[in-house]
Design a protein around this ligand. Sequence first.
Ligand code: ATP
Length: 421
Amino acid sequence: MNSPSKVELSAALKASLPSRLLFILHKAGEFCQERRARLFIAGGWVRDLLLDRPGHDIDLVVEGDGLSLAGELARQTGAQITSHGRFQTARLVFEQFTLDIATSRREAYPHPGSLPSVEPAPIEKDLLRRDFTINAMAIAVSGDDFGKLIDPLEGRRDLEEGLVRILHPESFRDDATRIFRTVRYEQRFNFTIEPATLKQLKDDKSYLATISPDRLRYEFECIFNEHAPEKALGRSGELSVLGEVLPELSFQPEQYRWFEAARLYSSPEPPPAAVCFGLLSYHLEKQAAKSLGRRLNLPNETCQVITDALTLKAGLDRLEGAELQPSAVYHLLSGFHLLSVVTCLATESRPAVRRQLERYLDELRHVRPLLDGNDLKLAGVAEGPAIRQVLQAIQDARLDGKAVTLQDEIELVKSLLARRF
Ligand code: ATP
């Protein structure tokens, strides 16, 4: 199999980048060339270029001082910059894209699951610290080497054969988040996990216990950002990887449908992460769902969505009654977090219940009286809880079609006052 030539790669690279980004890359190349430092694009962007799936954000790697390159580019372009001195990395945020810049480095893991210690090193060494062969490629973008593919681990061959392969047997023990990353790439690209990698993954999945809650949550969020997260979640369930996060956690056949339904409902945006966590936990008992919240250090609001969805799930039968007034539907649902209602809708197959949930989300929750508290005070309603009660009565009348115009609302207030409200 022939590797693409420098000329071919350089042409593909130029064709796939917007002109503004090419201009910035050019500036970066010149800056490095002047300092005799080699500059590369590395990682996912290279993988996606070779797969002919451009669109990925760019990661630049400098054999030299990445932070001073980032500072200079920010100065020349006005981009916003965030730097991490400890890791020698920086992010430049432009209007249309972001650019991550790192110093080429090697890493050592003091113990499993810890963050690595780092020191400067040539690009070939930098690529050796990465997760998979398909992510361990770089393209030179400075000097005469412009367009040259650096592929010390035959990542391109694995790309062609559709294989996700770790770089060494200790990879998952060094960093067990790679277990989720393996499954995510396998499912995203419809690849296969290379047999030795698969065996290692099964042997080492208990190392997920070494991963901090925040890092673990981030892996779930990355999965939720995939086009079809249910594929990676299903595969993680099949490989008992989810069970390592929480023994009760699994992925059931109907959950594929739930994630698809949530996607349809939120389209064109992807479903919010809180809904995805709600769907993932919908089979759990409340106690187990709380344990999951702690294990992943989920934000309070996400925990609220999960518990509300589980409470609501237990009471959804009540929405089946055909003669249920809209105001009754409103009162059944309005105390729950909106995203928990969305979560329940994605799981629900009974048409009558679906109809009520949809009606609540699309219509009922927006209904508001025309009169406000000040109007009621002027009309003679006593200050205090009475105002809220009268407003609720007007809202209920609107929901149920008994008050349509402003005059209807005024008549209703009069009749309530006449009853010495
Ligand atoms: P995606 O398309 O999912 O964004 P990506 O390849 O850009 O994929 P990032 O998470 O942005 O993934 O990471 C950028 C690069 O950093 C990867 O391509 C990989 O080379 C390396 N990398 C990321 N996470 C790890 C990890 N846990 N261990 C080793 N290398 C990693």
